[in-house]
Design a protein around this ligand. Structure first.
Ligand SMILES: NC(=O)c1ccc[n+]([C@@H]2O[C@H](COP(=O)([O-])OP(=O)(O)OC[C@H]3O[C@@H](n4cnc5c(N)ncnc54)[C@H](OP(=O)(O)O)[C@@H]3O)[C@@H](O)[C@H]2O)c1
Length: 336
């Protein structure tokens, strides 16, 4: 089969196409999936740069993909040939609390991922996809969508009329916007681009702030909320933005600590205790959360926001497009 492989952690130079990788065969409890589409996450750039301390080479990259089951191993009960599925980001987080070794069991990291014609998955590490989604749309769900769902719905229990700041307009952020709107919340979205802000308004963002032109975006959030601050913040900036998020949150509000897009900044613990802020770490999510998310997506017929679709042969161009930061929502790679 054709498969992309990360052979060394030298960035895009270390990413190679292997046209003759053996097709996987399912062992007990495993399924083989003919992949039809994959999607990129910010994390996948860390993988090719060795940011996560890998030991396994070559590894097939990307956690997020969708396809159809073509073979099942002995003992498989949840899937049959022809089922449309995604893999789960963590191979070993089924339900309950995140396992201590989840990071070492993530697809496209220590475990072969989905940027290949066929993927070998445990049946407990796969999930059926909503009927109304194409493979390309479903490919966006395992990491970005589930992370946003975990924050907004599972941890956040967001309610109609509550306010939420969503930082940026990337994959996680566009799903956070969609799930917050699904639950009737008021969304304030930030971006470095006025053009992107105009687009997220059409997707349901009630208020927008350009964080480049308005570096004190936290003060603008306070203005927009009559001085109160917001109930929730989707924090993808990390060291760059966390201190400002703690100024923009209302007393007793929740900040979902998701990303670390760069920069530096010190955190004053007194700001956390004086406002009784909840800082909630989010690490993608469990298969049980994925099932709940899929039910909601199917019921509401939600469609993911796809920025652009690249061919399998142009996988490197897809990585470069994400690196450029020009995208809004998800970048998909078609595997025909
Ligand atoms: N904890 C987890 O489980 C988990 C899961 C998924 C992702 N993440 C993390 O979440 C972050 C986003 O991931 P992604 O896949 O959604 O990335 P992405 O699609 O590449 O989106 C990145 C976007 O972040 C925005 N951004 C960059 N710097 C910013 C800043 N200083 N303030 C506000 N927004 C900023 C930009 O939006 P504009 O272009 O609109 O300015 C950019 O397009 C990454 O740090 C990633 O590692 C964590």
């Amino acid at each position: 089969m054709k498969a992309c492989e990360v052979r060394e952690t030298t960035g895009l130079d270390g990413l190679h196409l292997n046209a003759n990788r053996p097709e996987p065969a399912p062992g007990p409890g495993q399924i083989v999936v003919r992949m039809r589409a994959a999607a990129l996450n910010y994390r996948d750039h860390g993988v090719i740069k060795g940011a996560y301390g890998y030991t396994k080479f070559p590894v097939i990259p990307l956690s997020d993909g969708a396809g159809e089951v073509v073979a099942i191993g002995p003992g498989v009960t949840q899937f049959k040939a022809g089922d449309r599925v995604c893999g789960t980001f963590f191979v070993n987080w089924i339900s309950g609390r995140v396992p201590a070794d989840a990071s070492k069991n993530s697809l496209g990291g220590m475990v072969d991922g989905v940027l290949a014609e066929y993927a070998l998955l445990n049946e407990t590490g796969a999930i059926k996809i909503p009927d109304h989604l194409s493979f390309q749309e479903a490919a966006t769900l395992p990491c970005a969508a589930l992370t946003a769902w975990h924050a907004v719905v599972e941890a956040g229990r967001i309610k109609a009329g509550e306010t939420i700041v969503v930082l940026g307009t990337g994959g996680v952020s566009c799903f956070a916007l969609a799930f917050a709107k699904m639950h009737g919340a008021v969304v304030i979205m930030t971006s470095s681009s006025d053009d992107k802000l105009a687009r997220v308004k059409t997707l349901g963002a009630g208020m927008t702030i350009n964080y480049k032109n308005t570096p004190d975006w936290d003060q603008e959030v306070l203005k927009l909320t009559g001085g109160a601050g917001v109930d929730h913040i989707i924090e993808v900036g990390g060291p760059n933005t966390l201190a400002k998020s703690m100024l923009a949150i209302r007393p007793g509000g929740s900040i979902y600590v998701i990303g670390a897009l760069g920069g530096s900044g010190a955190i004053d613990p007194r700001a956390i205790n004086r406002k009784s802020i909840r800082l909630q770490g989010i690490h993608v999510g469990s298969r049980e959360m994925f099932a709940a998310m899929n039910r909601a997506i199917a019921h509401s017929r939600l469609k993911p926001v796809i920025d652009r679709v690249f061919d399998f042969a142009d996988a490197k161009a897809a990585y470069l497009h994400q690196q450029s930061g020009g995208h809004l929502g998800k970048i998909v790679i078609a595997i025909s």
